[in-house]
Design a protein around this ligand. Structure first.
Ligand code: SF4
Length: 492
């Protein structure tokens, strides 16, 4: 088993992109775009390309830099592409469920990359099977692909409208057909997707604007909820595919998932997180000496906290930036070191100090407890924990892997109990109102369900993350180079 980050943060969902590059090698653009989206999913990655007539694809378990090399990219010629980084949120983490999903249709081959979770996946799966579809995977993304292939002969608008009519839940998708690249967002816009120009004749779309710079593209337009972008030889067309009752972007994108150099709702997330830290200092001041971030995600908020509180900002720990990139499994002794493998305290900064420790979220509380312990071990006198996410009390069904309700620390403990549990001197969470205001929006612009239980789309009572777990024996298969499978070691 590869080294797994032992943190209990909410796990990012997936990163997707689409490339229309008449003058470039689309696979290479997709590679560098996926590289910039690596934080959104580290379990599998894939690129599908078209040269105008034929779709080719390669996908495998692992990081972008491990899966692709020159030789593989050279087998993917074409000027159109879609790409995907996956963290599994529905369907087991096996190669069969890696994306893009490939399907054949009357208009030719297609490949689909999906970010999000369908909440009616079980029901939709049954309906499609009753209608005669043979499904190859256990992932809900294939359901979207199957609906598309059945309707593409009526045009991309009609096919996407059909997806929006039948699929319920969170979905941002990019779709490759032999001659076009299509992107669309669900009618609540829970997951992000942005489109923009690339050079004189090209277009690029991606989950986050941070992927545009590395490929020389400019983010122009965040797709609206229920909107689709169709890019082909005649250019870019934006079409509203379904009525959007409101917008409900995931607030966690602003707090933690997305890179701080990305923009969402037009706001730079670094600035949003600084404002969250400022507001946290107003809501939960602390009698302390210095403000210390949990690197890297806590840095902008710690700077904001420092600014409003007047307490000096100091780094208290150094993060090993590359530990998550190793696929060497630590032995038992090393595994027991846990967070120490990743964070080294700077004793000279900490010893004898009363710290404000700023982090983005608490899920089970296990990581926070370890970090607080590490800081006391390094000589801290007090550790006042301040968290920029409001308390997480409800599970997410829209594509974020957190934990079941019983495992969510803030759902089963009072604030005092949780503070004792993590060993903090004091504990404070940013309010929902404070987080939303820092994001520069109003409450109705966000999904806040994991904080307040108000799900913007009602969740079927029997819905389970594991509804489509792999039947026995499906966990091993070949890496997929479309047309040329090659064997690899068991992946789980
Ligand atoms: S429930 Fe929470 S993590 Fe899930 S989409 Fe809503 S805000 Fe995001």
């Amino acid at each position: 088993m590869p080294f797994r980050d032992e943190e209990d943060r909410p796990k990012e969902e997936c990163g997707i992109l689409g490339v229309y590059a008449p003058e470039q090698d689309a696979a290479r653009v997709a590679f560098f775009g996926l590289f910039a989206l690596q934080h959104r999913g580290q379990e599998s990655t894939g690129i599908a390309v078209s040269d105008g007539s034929c779709v080719r694809m390669h996908k495998d378990m692992g990081l972008v830099a491990n899966v692709f090399n020159e030789q593989i990219l050279n087998t993917l010629p074409g000027h159109l592409a879609v790409g995907h980084n996956r963290y599994s949120t529905m369907g087991a983490s096996v190669l069969r469920n890696a994306q893009p999903v490939y399907c054949q249709s009357l208009v030719g081959e297609i490949a689909v990359a999906h970010n999000g979770n369908l909440i009616n996946a079980r029901e939709l799966r049954g309906e499609l099977q009753d209608e005669g579809e043979q499904l190859d995977t256990t992932s809900d993304s294939e359901l979207i692909a199957r609906i598309l292939v059945r309707h593409l002969q009526d045009g991309p608008e009609a096919a996407v409208r059909e997806v929006m009519r039948r699929a319920k839940g969170a979905y941002s998708c990019t779709v490759l057909t032999p001659k076009a690249v299509i992107g669309f967002r669900d009618p609540l816009g829970i997951r992000p997707l942005t489109v923009g120009r690339m050079g004189e004749t090209g277009y690029f779309m991606a989950s986050e604007s941070c992927a545009f710079g590395p490929v020389g593209a400019t983010p122009d337009h965040e797709l609206k909820p229920g909107e689709m972008a169709i890019i082909d030889a005649s250019g870019l067309r934006l079409v509203q595919g379904a009525e959007a009752p409101r917008r409900a972007m995931c607030l966690f994108e602003f707090i933690y998932f997305a890179r701080p150099d990305s923009r969402m709702y037009g706001e730079l997330l670094y600035a949003v997180r600084e404002r969250m830290g400022q507001q946290l200092a107003r809501e939960h001041p602390a009698d302390a000496d210095i403000v210390v971030p949990v690197p890297d995600s806590g840095i902008p908020a710690a700077l904001g906290f420092s600014e409003v509180s007047g307490l000096p900002y100091r780094e208290g720990m150094i993060k090993s930036r590359y530990i998550h990139r190793t696929f060497i499994s630590p032995d038992q002794r090393l595994r027991e070191l846990g967070v120490k493998m990743k964070l080294t305290p700077l004793e000279e900064h900490i010893r004898g100090q009363r710290l404000v420790l700023v982090d983005d979220s608490i899920v089970r509380g296990t990581t926070t407890k370890k970090i607080v312990g590490l800081l006391f071990e390094a000589g801290a006198k007090e550790v006042h924990v301040r968290i920029t996410a409001p308390p997480i009390r409800f599970p997410c069904f829209y594509g974020i892997d957190m934990a079941s309700k019983g495992e969510l620390a803030a759902a089963v403990m009072s604030l005092d109990e949780l503070s004792n549990h993590v060993g903090a001197t004091s504990l404070g969470f940013l309010s929902i109102e404070g987080a939303v205001a820092a994001a520069g929006q109003s409450k109705n612009d966000f999904c806040l369900a994991c904080f307040n239980g108000d799900y913007p789309l009602a969740i079927p009572p029997d819905m389970s993350k594991h509804a489509f777990d792999e039947p026995p024996g499906m966990g091993q298969m070949a890496a997929v180079t479309h047309g040329q499978p090659r064997l690899l070691e068991p992946v789980e």
